[in-house]
Design a protein around this ligand. Structure first.
Ligand SMILES: C[S@@+](CC[C@H](N)C(=O)[O-])C[C@H]1O[C@@H](n2cnc3c(N)ncnc32)[C@H](O)[C@@H]1O
Length: 300
């Protein structure tokens, strides 16, 4: 979604941007190369910060890299003397670097420790799976993974952990496969549960809500907010936030202010109120992009 993100952010010389999800640095690099901009890049993953930008791409003092959570991006920017800003971009989810590293414990395809933490702190997936009450595990699988068999999986987890705690991704994936059987859709039966656990371990939905509010506080008038998401729970949070803040929430009652009155007082305005989808060419090159959605708006 890089081209679409750049079209939304419109980087111009002298402007300042926050990339809240540095990852492998693709978005940051593009913002720095499109114009003479400065970027404060944040990632909660120390490994992403340690790699930084590719050797030979020295952006000097135009790039500042900080390990931290994007939910606190406004305080990080203030502490760095980097506020207000002209744009904030978020590219939500795990990076391929994280999925591909078995020792991070995100993947059910390659066995590794059941960790799933993007940052250094908080409980691991193993701790949650071994210690949370069965009903809480079922709720998380249902809510964050939309797993219809959440109760059956939670029950099997609770029975198995009495004998031996879970430590490895392969062990948990095999148990889920025993409960669900092999799906017909070609996806591994543990896909939804692993997604749910990852969201729970990293408190991803609350982080996203906090980041949207933080972006509102740190953007200068005319500043652009661009958010790319890959599944419906996250997209919904962005959609509802932007509708509220642009005053375009479908009126719940006839006493609600007329849309033009609401829009006048609102924190953001839309240029395009619809989600932008990846092009067919991008999907062909990278099938993971299929579910990507970009939503963006301009700070009033
Ligand atoms: C999809 S990748 C970003 C890829 C990036 N746009 C690029 O071009 O390489 C998402 C990144 O966001 C980071 N991340 C996820 N949640 C975060 C949070 N709450 N705070 C900071 N970084 C977070 C992950 O560690 C991961 O590196």
């Amino acid at each position: 979604m890089l081209a679409e993100v750049l079209a939304a952010l419109q980087p111009r010389d002298g402007e300042r941007f926050i990339d809240g999800t540095f990852g492998a640095g693709g978005y940051t690099r593009a913002i720095l190369e499109t114009a003479r901009t400065s970027v404060l890049a944040i990632d909660r993953d120390p490994a992403a910060i340690a790699v930084g930008v590719r050797p030979g791409q020295d952006f000097g003092d135009r790039l500042m890299l900080v390990e931290g959570r994007f939910g606190a991006l406004d305080s990080i920017a203030r502490e760095a003397g980097f506020a207000p800003v002209d744009g904030v971009v978020l590219d939500i989810g795990v990076s391929s670097m994280q999925i591909d590293a078995a020792e991070r414990g995100f993947s059910f395809m390659t066995d590794g420790p059941l960790d799933m933490r993007m940052g250094r702190d908080g409980p691991t997936a193993a701790e949650l799976v071994n210690e949370l009450p069965e009903a809480e595990i079922a709720n998380a699988l249902w809510r964050y993974g939309e797993e219809r068999r959440s109760r059956a999986i939670a029950k099997a987890i609770a029975a198995r952990r009495k004998e031996r705690p879970f430590e490895r991704t392969g062990d948990l994936a095999a148990l889920i496969e025993r409960v669900l059987g092999r799906g017909k859709d070609g996806r591994h039966p543990a896909t939804r549960s692993f997604q749910a656990l990852r969201i729970l371990v990293n408190d991803e939905l609350d982080e996203l809500s906090a980041a949207l509010e933080a972006a509102e506080r740190v953007l200068a008038p005319g500043g652009r907010l661009a958010v790319v998401t890959f599944h419906s729970l996250e997209d919904r949070i962005v959609k509802v936030f932007l509708r509220e803040r642009t005053g375009t929430t479908p009126a719940a009652s006839r006493h609600a202010p007329a849309p033009d009155v609401a829009a006048r007082d609102s924190a953001f305005r839309f240029v395009n109120r619809h989600a932008v989808a990846p092009t067919e060419a991008e999907i062909a090159a990278n099938p993971r992009a299929r579910s990507g959605k970009l939503r963006w708006a301009v700070r009033s």
